[in-house]
Design a binder for this molecule. Structure first.
Ligand code: AMP
Length: 222
């Protein structure tokens, strides 16, 4: 099962991807996470990407495409994968289609006000084994500490500054329209609206699973 998730930042892609990985046993791949790992490891790619990411801009297509293709060529992707944050541009979508067929594209349609409200409170657990994303409004939220595993939580650099959030949102709207149309025209797009501040990942997962994934699961196996 090869899936693409499309949503603005703070739209719930990460939680949805984790739910799909748990049920269908296919890895979630976030290009944002891959890029942040490159930055943390101080690689050549990381150094180039940091400039763009800090400015709320997209990293150039050729860099992200090369990085992503290496990742989906790994052995754990042989039964499929869930892409979170890729493709973000039409050029990326076309490049992906040249190397593999995408079975479904799940689009979480989240209004701008909700994206901004969620960005204000978002903290991510720093423990690799957990990685839970917290919002101020979640039950069990504690500032700076993961309510699940007790590790330190951090705000992401690009969530701290409202101007950067707005820039990423503008970029998202600018780029996602053509990508969504591309997949709609191919008949693989599944859109669901997310309208509440209190995100309930299990509910979003159920809507997507019932409306789209279980059909694919039957057709393609786990
Ligand atoms: P994310 O964690 O998906 O919100 O991504 C964080 C940042 O990484 C984005 O704002 C971009 O600067 C960069 N990025 C992630 N995925 C892509 C992509 N597919 N194309 C270009 N830039 C990306």
């Amino acid at each position: 099962m090869k899936l693409v998730l499309i949503a603005p930042m703070n739209g719930g892609k990460g939680s949805l991807a984790r739910g799909i990985t748990e049920k269908y046993g296919i890895p979630g791949i976030s290009t944002g996470d891959l890029l942040r790992a490159e930055i943390a490891n101080n690689t050549k790619l990381g150094k180039s990407a940091k400039e763009y990411m800090d400015g709320g801009k997209l990293v150039p297509d050729e860099l992200v495409i090369k990085m992503l293709f290496e990742r989906i060529g790994a052995v754990d992707c042989k039964n499929g994968f869930i892409l979170d944050g890729f493709p973000r541009t039409l050029a990326q979508a076309k490049a992906l289609e040249d190397v593999t067929k995408i079975d479904a594209v799940v689009h979480l349609d989240v209004p701008d006000w909700l994206v901004k409200a969620r960005a204000e409170g978002r903290e991510t657990c720093t423990a690799d084994a957990c990685g839970k994303i917290w919002s101020k409004r979640y039950e069990g939220y504690k500032p700076g500490i993961c309510g699940d595993c007790g590790a330190v939580t951090k705000k992401r650099g690009d969530d701290k500054d409202p101007a950067s959030v707005q820039k990423r949102l503008d970029e998202y709207h600018h780029q996602s329209g053509s990508v969504l149309k591309y997949y709609r025209d191919r008949g693989v797009l599944f859109t669901t609206k997310v309208e509440t501040m209190d995100v309930v990942p299990a509910e979003t997962f159920k809507i997507v699973d019932d409306g789209c994934l279980r059909k694919l699961g039957g057709r393609f196996g786990k």
